[in-house]
Ligand binder design. Structure first.
Ligand SMILES: [Zn+2]
Length: 364
């Protein structure tokens, strides 16, 4: 069944510990009454799984599961890729900014799984461009790179994060503040970029795959590639100082950077809407990636269709309603490694001592 249409009947048991969560060949469930709500859907059918006895409802299979304002998911999606910050969205919709933050996190987790389900699992045939989008979390003392792997079709295959040490010109007082902060919270791993680029390439390029990879002259990239012995990369480097025109081999990545900054309030220069946690930036980026790959046209004037259409993944641009048609469960999608850590919120921000992870029992 297509991922873009809502389920008419419960498709599997929502309990990840139940045999019928993944294997539905002999699954049985029974109707167990209903309850009424003051928002759509007004009548929610309840069910019970005959294998494990878990109660659930028709709402269990919607991304708005257990949300009081699930009706705001679709409009929040649009706002988050239209450069609004949480408080601006909250003022428009009359809810608190923490509600919008929770909706953003829910959308981000959903989009992480949605993209993982949809992206090609075979070795990409088009040349890929690797680049790091520089931003920061918490304060300018904690910079980070968002590593992006983009195809010539502008399809964003994947992304992850790398913590960086603040560098560049600093006043003596700023150097002293960096020293105090690093003494208290520790320094980021100097090889973070190398390790994270290795993780990203390992995830996107399957074993035995061969890809043409373009990048700037970042020294960590060749080191990351050399650690992946079972893949082969034809690496072409271009200086990042060269003009960023459409003729540049790095244009797909440069254009992606431009569009991320254009549409995400948290990555604008000199903004007060910067991400306070790297995790939040990553989940927002997941929403942006889904919008870019499956909704946003490659050309505003020519109507060429989104990148996923160019790759034959979808036949037409998707709508947000279709993206949010079905709830996706992490255990069924089988995410591992960095994706799993990101999904469950286990990417800590150094300067925040108690980072809350995503540890809900049911609303995963
Ligand atoms: Zn069950």
């Amino acid at each position: 069944m297509s991922i873009t249409t809502p389920f008419r009947h419960p498709p599997y048991c929502p309990n990840p510990g139940c045999d019928s969560h993944e294997n539905t060949v002999v699954w049985r469930f029974v109707k167990k009454g209903f309850y009424l709500r003051d928002r759509r859907p007004y009548r929610v059918q309840r069910y019970r799984c005959c294998s494990c006895g878990r109660y659930f409802s028709s709402q269990t299979f919607s991304p708005s599961y257990w949300l009081r304002r699930g009706d705001l998911l679709e409009s929040t999606f649009h706002r988050l890729v239209s450069c609004s910050c949480f408080r601006q969205i909250a003022r428009e919709t009359g809810v608190s900014h923490s509600t919008i933050r929770r909706l953003s996190d829910r959308l981000g987790r959903h989009c992480l799984l949605f993209h993982e389900r949809m992206r090609p699992k075979a070795c990409p045939e088009e040349p890929l461009v690797l680049d790091g989008l520089r931003s920061f979390e918490h304060s300018q003392y904690w910079p980070m790179d968002l590593n992006l792997l983009v195809g010539e079709s502008y399809f964003v295959y994947g992304f992850n994060d790398a913590e960086l040490r603040r560098s560049g010109t600093m006043r003596p007082a700023q150097k002293e503040k960096r020293r105090v902060l690093e003494k208290r919270f520790g320094k980021p791993d100097p090889r973070a970029t190398e390790k994270q680029v290795e993780e990203l390439l390992d995830r996107i390029v399957p074993e035995g795959g061969q890809v043409a990879l373009r990048s700037d002259e970042h020294r960590a990239y060749p080191r990351a590639m050399s650690r992946l012995l079972d893949r082969s990369f034809v690496h072409e480097q271009t200086s990042s100082k060269e003009s960023r025109t459409p003729a540049s081999p790095l244009f797909p990545a440069n254009h992606t950077d431009l569009l991320v900054r254009h549409s995400s309030a948290n990555h604008k220069r000199e903004t007060v809407a910067f991400s306070k946690r790297r995790l939040s930036a990553l989940l927002r980026l997941a929403i942006w990636v889904v919008w870019r790959n499956y909704l946003k046209d490659r050309s505003e004037n020519r109507g060429a269709g989104p990148p996923a259409q160019a790759l034959g993944i979808t036949g037409r641009p998707l709508r947000v309603k279709e993206i949010l048609a079905q709830r996706l469960f992490p255990e069924r999608e089988g995410i591992t490694g960095w994706l799993r850590e990101c999904y469950f919120g286990r990417i800590p921000t150094r300067a925040i001592e108690r980072c809350v992870a995503h540890e809900a029992s049911y609303a995963v």
